[in-house]
Write a protein that binds this ligand. Structure first.
Ligand SMILES: Nc1ncnc2c1ncn2[C@@H]1O[C@H](COP(=O)(O)OP(=O)(O)OP(=O)(O)O)[C@@H](O)[C@H]1O
Ligand SMILES: [Mg+2]
Length: 344
């Protein structure tokens, strides 16, 4: 008897055109029905792209027809209406010159999202990519400190903000515009407006990857971002323990709801190595990998606890820059390589 899982497994052989990821892990397949050897599959693309839709349809039909027991195949690939993004979100536009936008998120605070964002941004720059880093944490921006950027952005002749550059990465953050320690007490609409301006009124120029550091949770900033630009994917950062993973599932759920593909999970603070080489798993170990397997999404890698990582953040020189060949730096570079491969 043919099952839905058989169909899903077969469709894992179909890649999204231009990506190394398959259509199942991208979450495109919405419905599968099987009656008397007739298989019907409905898929939903996140952005309208007729060439990709046709290719996916042809490839899917081919792999499904090759299954024993399958007599007839119907594949429908739906696209969002022109000018409209998935989930009925209007006004989503690409940023001219920016090839890929990647959000770094987690349902929980303090798991190392900002640390991962800065190190992955610098690592991608070291791998030769043109990289921007946008801090969408309006209430608690930490990117300027971690990137060692303190100068105010200048304004170009066309009245756009010119992002300062450090460690080869263009950086924009509310922390660069406000005076030190001034608390931000804005409400949702102002957050949305600021994020729109950060995306469209900043001179990002020709950029291969724009990484976006999100605040914890699933609030205004997350929603504004997803509604304003089509995201190429989300990276979820977690710590290994169950308490963190529960909230991570919420973060994953949020991206899935707005049809943003999850690129993968990073497990941060995986373990600690004592000066005499003993490995201590403070928060347990392997939870990120297990959750990735459960959710059928890629595991991008683990980053142990290193004092150097925290120090690098406080000094404004990420470990990837100060010591790319030592284990803390290498951990991030490996994840950056995995990411680049996924989005090649
Ligand atoms: N692997 C690590 N080893 C050592 N210290 C780390 C590691 N990852 C993060 N830290 C430290 O933990 C603290 C919290 O990290 P970070 O600010 O990146 O978390 P966050 O998820 O962005 O937090 P928030 O939710 O507040 O935005 C920082 O001081 C950072 O330097
Ligand atoms: Mg942060």
């Amino acid at each position: 008897m043919l099952t839905q899982d058989d169909i899903k497994n077969a469709l894992k052989a179909v890649k999204y055109p231009g990506y190394s990821r398959d259509i199942i892990s991208f979450g495109l397949v919405k419905e599968i029905s099987i009656t008397n050897g007739t298989v019907s599959v409905t898929m939903q693309l996140t952005a309208s792209n007729s060439d990709a839709a046709r290719q996916i349809q042809e490839d899917s039909e081919r792999v499904l027809k090759a299954l024993p027991e399958v007599k007839q195949v119907r594949v429908e690939v739906r696209q969002p209406a022109a000018g409209q993004a998935p989930g009925g979100m209007p006004n989503q536009n690409r940023i001219p010159g920016v090839k890929r936008i990647i959000a770094v998120a987690s349902g929980k605070g303090g798991v190392g999202k900002s640390t991962c964002s800065v190190n992955l941004a610098c690592a991608l720059a070291q791998l030769g990519a043109r990289v921007g880093l946008l801090d969408c944490d309006i209430y608690g921006p930490s990117i300027p400190l971690m990137m060692g950027v303190h100068e105010r952005p200048t304004v170009s002749e066309s009245e756009r903000l010119v992002p300062p550059i450090n460690h080869g990465v263009k950086v924009m953050s509310i922390g660069l515009l406000l005076d030190n320690d001034q608390p931000v007490i804005w409400r949702g609409p102002m957050i949305a407006k600021t994020i729109q301006q950060f995306l469209f009124s900043v001179e990002w120029g020709e950029t291969d990857f724009l990484l976006v550091d999100l605040p914890p949770g699933t609030g205004d900033a997350q929603l504004s971002l997803c509604q304003t630009v089509p995201l190429d994917g989300g990276v979820i950062v977690t710590t290994p323990q169950e308490a963190s993973l529960g909230v991570v599932r919420k973060g994953i759920g949020m991206f899935q709801k707005v049809n943003v593909p999850i690129l993968g999970i990073v497990e941060n603070m995986s373990y600690f190595t004592t000066p005499n080489g003993e490995r201590v798993e403070i928060f347990g170990h392997g939870g990120g990998q297990a959750e990735a397997a459960r959710q059928d999404i890629p595991f991008l890698g683990e980053v142990p606890i290193f004092t150097e990582i925290r120090e690098g953040g406080d000094r404004g020189v990420p470990v990837v820059v100060s010591a790319p060949d030592k284990p803390p730096g290498r951990a991030f570079i490996q994840i950056a390589e995995a990411l680049r491969k996924l989005l090649a």
